[in-house]
Write a protein that binds this ligand. Structure first.
Ligand SMILES: [Fe+2]
Ligand SMILES: [Fe+2]
Length: 283
């Protein structure tokens, strides 16, 4: 069997398993009782808002995907439509409900703006060889996003436990963070499989496009970059953003850049996280 079809079978089995073991979290399973709502809101309100927005915006991400990838492999569609989107949307609804329970306004989301850049990529992707370049960018973004989510939810969990908000820790943050590593694994498996099949010019193009387009999860403008910086400050990773960047981009560094440098992390990833912290501090 070829490497491609082997990877494909492993991916289908992985998504099957996620579907069985990780059904979308039921809102009724969540205990929204909070001991000190004012304190939780003051400390983590903006973090909940950021995470709720990003999770809810998966509906736009699905539109972006259907624009960028006119003819994706069946397993990609299976993953994002049947497993990923239904899980993430519940994460968003739960986090948003929690912040409303704390007396905050719900997250302001953009659920339907597909950027002109993605429209262009999508038009080019009607050429199969180019669609593979775009798919690779999708997997790289997916890896960075899901890794960021796991790290952020771990820190949020610790912070919420420290405040003594056990219901929030055990019925909101813990069930959500349990679902993120499976998403990361899907992208990593996909990225490794596809990278091994790309031609030299496709790899070169992936590197160029990635270097120009990388951004921390959920950042589409200057304000959101500063918002992300504030999240990093609150979660205690602002002064150690390089270490965070290394963890987020480890596989990306290995696949795209290991041949070229001895660095532990691509410079554009380091710069993006440093800039987010800088933007938050100067705001
Ligand atoms: Fe999520
Ligand atoms: Fe996720």
């Amino acid at each position: 069997m070829s490497t491609a079809s082997l990877t494909d079978r492993r991916l289908v089995a992985h998504v099957d398993r996620l579907a069985v073991e990780h059904p979308p979290i039921d809102l009724d399973s969540v205990d929204f009782s909070v001991r000190r709502p004012d304190l939780l809101a003051a400390r983590y309100g903006h973090v909940l808002d950021y995470m709720a927005r990003v999770e809810l915006e998966v509906d736009r991400n699905v539109l972006e995907l259907t624009t960028m990838l006119p003819d994706p492999p069946e397993v990609d569609r299976y993953f994002y439509a049947d497993v990923w989107q239904p899980q993430e949307i519940q994460h968003g609804l739960i986090l948003d409900r929690l912040q409303v329970e704390l007396g905050r306004p719900p997250a302001v989301t953009d659920l339907d703006t597909v950027s002109a850049k993605l429209e262009v990529l999508g038009r080019l992707a009607h050429l199969g060889a180019f669609q593979d370049v775009v798919r690779m960018l999708y997997y790289l973004t997916g890896m960075a996003t899901e890794r960021s989510a796991v790290l952020a939810y771990n820190l949020l969990y610790d912070g919420v436990v420290e405040l003594g908000e056990d219901a929030v820790a055990q019925t909101v943050v813990a069930p959500i963070r349990r679902q993120e590593p499976g998403h990361y694994a899907f992208y990593q498996l996909s990225a490794r499989g596809l990278w091994s099949e790309l031609a030299g010019w496709q790899k070169w193009l992936v590197r160029q496009l990635r270097r120009r387009s990388f951004g921390p999860v959920g950042t589409n403008n200057a304000e959101q970059r500063a918002d992300f910086g504030d999240v990093m400050i609150t979660l205690g990773i602002a002064d150690d953003s390089d270490r965070f960047a290394v963890q987020v981009a480890r596989v990306e560094q290995e696949l795209l850049w290991a041949h070229a440098s001895g660095l532990p992390v691509p410079p554009y990833v380091l710069a993006a996280f440093r800039d987010a912290v800088e933007a938050a501090r100067t705001r």
